[in-house]
Design a protein around this ligand. Structure first.
Ligand code: SF4
Ligand code: SF4
Length: 286
């Protein structure tokens, strides 16, 4: 189940990358910038009459309701997404591994690799394992690196299935303290720490991402412990600082303060003072 395929991106891993945004997430982040990637459509049909282009319809093959999206008619106004009560999208499409390989074959001269993102991509682990395995086995695609952008909730068993075909992962560490992490995401961060450690041990940890939400995230209060933890992961791992903004967010997060360039520079300076040298700053602030 794929929400969107981006043929080129230079912010989702190293170099130029084709990115698959998978549908569905196991976190409920208050700050989610793409909340319509969280849920799965249950074909309730609520969005159909709201579509100004009549691009949506409901079919019931074998009594199983299913939404049909007419991409030719769609004007991408996203009204359907805004009215969906399930944080889903009727524009999600089902692809086979072969379908995606066909798309990658059309782009492979122009990209350095593939990134699978979300939602939480690892919820569709069997698909990702098969896709990455097929890329590595293909004579024309094996030069492409295969990377995962994740919230770090995948079990160690799951990681071991993926590791043989994975070149690297970007992992969000959304808060240091359990309480803060649970407040922001609805889940604790035990699995995230385990994932980060395992990936670092296997030299597959490309980036740890810290989303700074002033007065909400707890990185600054825990700076010494956080820095000590990040330092022991090893050199060469990017520590990417992201700045919270309001684009796409809803409800309570709309009253949270935006993160300014000064906020990010302060956090970066504090981490640098603790000895971190591989800090990557956001290129834009909204
Ligand atoms: S996208 Fe949302 S509103 Fe539309 S049919 Fe699916 S669940 Fe219902
Ligand atoms: S984005 Fe949704 S509501 Fe807007 S035209 Fe397309 S299908 Fe219809």
């Amino acid at each position: 189940m794929i929400n969107q395929i981006l043929p080129f991106s230079c912010v989702d891993g190293p170099g130029s990358r084709l990115v698959l945004f998978m549908q569905g997430c196991n976190y409920q982040c208050k700050n989610c910038h793409n909340p319509h990637t969280i849920g799965l459509c249950d074909a309730c049909g609520d969005c159909i009459t709201h579509c100004p282009q009549n691009a949506l319809s409901l079919i019931k093959p074998n009594n199983k309701p299913h939404i049909i999206w007419d991409s030719e008619r769609c004007s991408q106004c996203d009204t359907c997404i805004s009215v969906c009560p399930k944080q889903a999208s009727p524009k999600v499409l089902h692809y086979s591994v072969e379908d995606v390989l066909g798309i990658i074959h059309c782009q492979h001269h122009f990209i350095n690799g593939i990134t699978v993102s979300g939602g939480e991509a690892s919820l569709q682990l069997p698909f990702i394992v098969e896709l990455f395995k097929a890329i590595k086995a293909s004579t024309s695609l094996s030069h492409l690196t295969c990377m995962l952008d994740t919230n770090g909730s995948l079990s160690l068993t799951g990681w071991h299935k993926l590791l043989p075909f994975l070149d690297g992962a970007m992992v969000d560490l959304k808060a240091w303290q359990q309480d803060t992490h649970r407040y922001i995401t609805g889940r604790d961060n035990h699995a995230v720490f385990k994932s980060i450690q395992l990936l670092a041990q296997h030299q597959k940890l490309y980036e740890v991402r810290l989303l700074h939400i002033p007065s909400i995230t707890d990185y600054e209060q825990e700076i010494e412990e956080l820095a000590r933890y990040l330092l022991q992961l090893g050199t060469g791992i990017h520590i990417k600082l992201n700045a919270f903004h309001h684009h796409g967010v809803a409800n309570e997060a709309l009253i949270w303060p935006k993160c300014t360039s000064m906020d990010i520079e302060n956090l970066a300076a504090q981490l640098a003072k603790q000895g971190l040298t591989n800090i990557v700053l956001p290129s834009t602030f909204i």
